[in-house]
Structures are given as structure tokens and as C-alpha cells.
Design a binder for this molecule. Structure first.
Ligand SMILES: C[C@H](O)[C@H](O)[C@H]1CNC2=NC(N)=NC(=O)C2=N1
Length: 77
């Protein structure tokens, strides 16, 4: 689940393959653009680590981060 680590809402996701992980990231990219709120993330093979914080608010976790996290979680259903 999501946890706040060093002022960032953080979660790691694991998939069955690189293609699945990349597909997940592609969907998030479109959502992030629509919300004008973009993740800091790392992809290693089938793993995606996402860190959310609001730069405009001084790199702290805000409502926007929780909204994006919720939208990301919806993709898994
Ligand atoms: C100018 C632009 O609207 C802002 O820089 C947006 C873009 N995406 C963003 N993404 C994140 N994570 N935090 C922000 O504060 C932010 N601000």
C-alpha cells in the first residue's frame, strides 16, 4: 500500500512482465497529464516504484497526490 516516505507518497507495483509494467505506466502518463500532476517514478523490468509529492507546494504530500494515488489504484481493478 501507499506510505509516506520522506515527504513522498510511495508505492511499489510488480507485474508479470516488462510490457505489463510499461502498459501501466502508459495509462498513468495519460491520467497524470489530464490532472496536471506528474509522478516521480522508476521502472526496473516488471517493477514500478512511484513517488508522489507536490512540487508547487514545496515538495510535500497534498490532496493532489492522494487523488493521483487513488486514480492509479483504480487501474488495478
Ligand atoms: C506548471 C505546472 O502546472 C506545474 O509545475 C505542475 C505540473 N505537474 C506537477 N506535478 C507534481 N507532482 N507536482 C506539481 O507541483 C506539479 N505541478
Amino acid at each position: 500500500m501507499w506510505a509516506v516516505v520522506e515527504n513522498k507518497l510511495t508505492r511499489t507495483f510488480q507485474f508479470g512482465s516488462f510490457v505489463e509494467a510499461w502498459g501501466f505506466m502508459s495509462k498513468i502518463a495519460l491520467i497524470a497529464e489530464r490532472m496536471n500532476h506528474h509522478p516521480e517514478w522508476t521502472n526496473v523490468y516488471n517493477q514500478v516504484e512511484i513517488k508522489l509529492s507536490t512540487h508547487d507546494a514545496g515538495d510535500i504530500v497534498t490532496k493532489k497526490d492522494h487523488e493521483l494515488a487513488q486514480a492509479i489504484d483504480q487501474l488495478l481493478h
